[in-house]
Design a protein around this ligand. Structure first.
Ligand code: ATP
Ligand code: MG
Length: 286
């Protein structure tokens, strides 16, 4: 029997739920009981491994795992042999420098000869080097935000999303070093069979992401306005137009992207569209 593809996901933490639900939407379902390290997927030639996010790049390099869902920030920090193939649009955050709120900040020069606490020493070292800043890096594995308050460091380099953790600890964000989100990452040495399975997963992920970013839209319009309305609504090829029972009116169906959504709705109403319905798309095959 072929060896199964091994998919690494975070065991517990911020990435776990998003990773499992994305896989589920891709038809890769597992029985995720507590405290298991590995779970076979139902009706799909893959096993899901539950690991520490920060350990996953090494496992990819070693071939213990073949593909993974993990934070891009971890891929960059660990500098292991693995490749970001697709960004997944969840667990967005940034790696930032923060200092006590009452400090006057006049640019990256502030950090000269300061002591900085972080769990991201490699990324921080590179940033400091690129900016010609000589500073001391103090590596700690968690609760970095308390370091300035207990006198361990002058500032920190840590992940931020809303900024509320910084705020609660009397810190302010002063520089963004990198932006990150969850990614589909591939190890260096997949055989042909595993490449094919990984390719199938990637295809499904792209279809799920496309469906998340797009909506199905239906509306009614007077026939003389159809040309204007079709210009606003390109659709996948072009919009579908069907006559209504009421003479002189048609129903228009199309797909619009979430990002354009509100602007497009406004324009459609202006052009005389009525009875606009917007419906989520379950899957969109790309
Ligand atoms: P491990 O699984 O190794 O214990 P961890 O303790 O760093 O990893 P989490 O704190 O759950 O795990 O973070 C996992 C990932 O979630 C981060 O690497 C990052 O990509 C992302 N993330 C998103 N927002 C934040 C945030 N505000 N703080 C920390 N991480 C965040
Ligand atoms: Mg942790």
């Amino acid at each position: 029997m072929e060896e199964k593809l091994k998919i690494a996901v975070q065991k517990s933490g911020r990435l776990h739920d998003g990773s499992i639900s994305l896989l589920r939407e891709c038809g890769i379902r597992i029985d995720n009981g507590f405290d298991q390290l590995i779970a076979p997927a139902f009706d799909f030639p893959a096993d899901v491994l539950f690991l520490r996010n920060s350990d996953i790049p090494q496992y990819l390099e070693d071939g213990v795992a073949d593909i993974a869902i993990l934070g891009e920030n971890v891929v960059i920090e660990k500098e292991k042999e693995c490749e970001v193939v697709e960004k997944l649009g969840f667990s967005r955050c940034r790696l930032s420098l923060a200092i006590p709120r009452n400090e006057k900040y006049d640019g990256p020069g502030w950090f000269k000869n300061k002591k900085l606490a972080t769990s991201y020493p490699n990324t921080l070292r590179k940033y400091l080097m690129n900016n010609n800043i000589d500073a001391e890096i103090h590596e700690i594995s968690g609760s970095v935000e308390i370091a300035p308050n207990i006198g361990l460091a002058d500032g920190i380099c840590d992940l931020v999303s809303s900024g509320s953790t910084l705020f609660k600890n009397g810190l302010k964000e002063v520089e963004v070093i990198l932006k990150s989100e969850a990614c589909f990452v591939k190890g260096p040495a997949l055989n042909k069979a595993k490449q094919a399975v990984a390719g199938e997963i990637l295809f499904r992920i792209r279809s799920v992401l496309a469906s998340r970013n797009n909506k199905y839209i239906l509306l009614n319009a007077p026939d003389e306005k159809l040309e204007d309305i079709c210009k606003i609504l390109p659709g996948m090829k072009s919009p579908t137009i069907m006559p209504l029972a009421l003479k002189g009116w048609s129903s228009v169906h199309s797909v619009i992207s979430e990002t354009d959504f509100w602007a497009v709705i406004g324009q459609l109403k202006e052009k005389g569209a009525q009875g606009i319905l917007v419906i989520p798309i379950e899957k969109m095959v790309v």
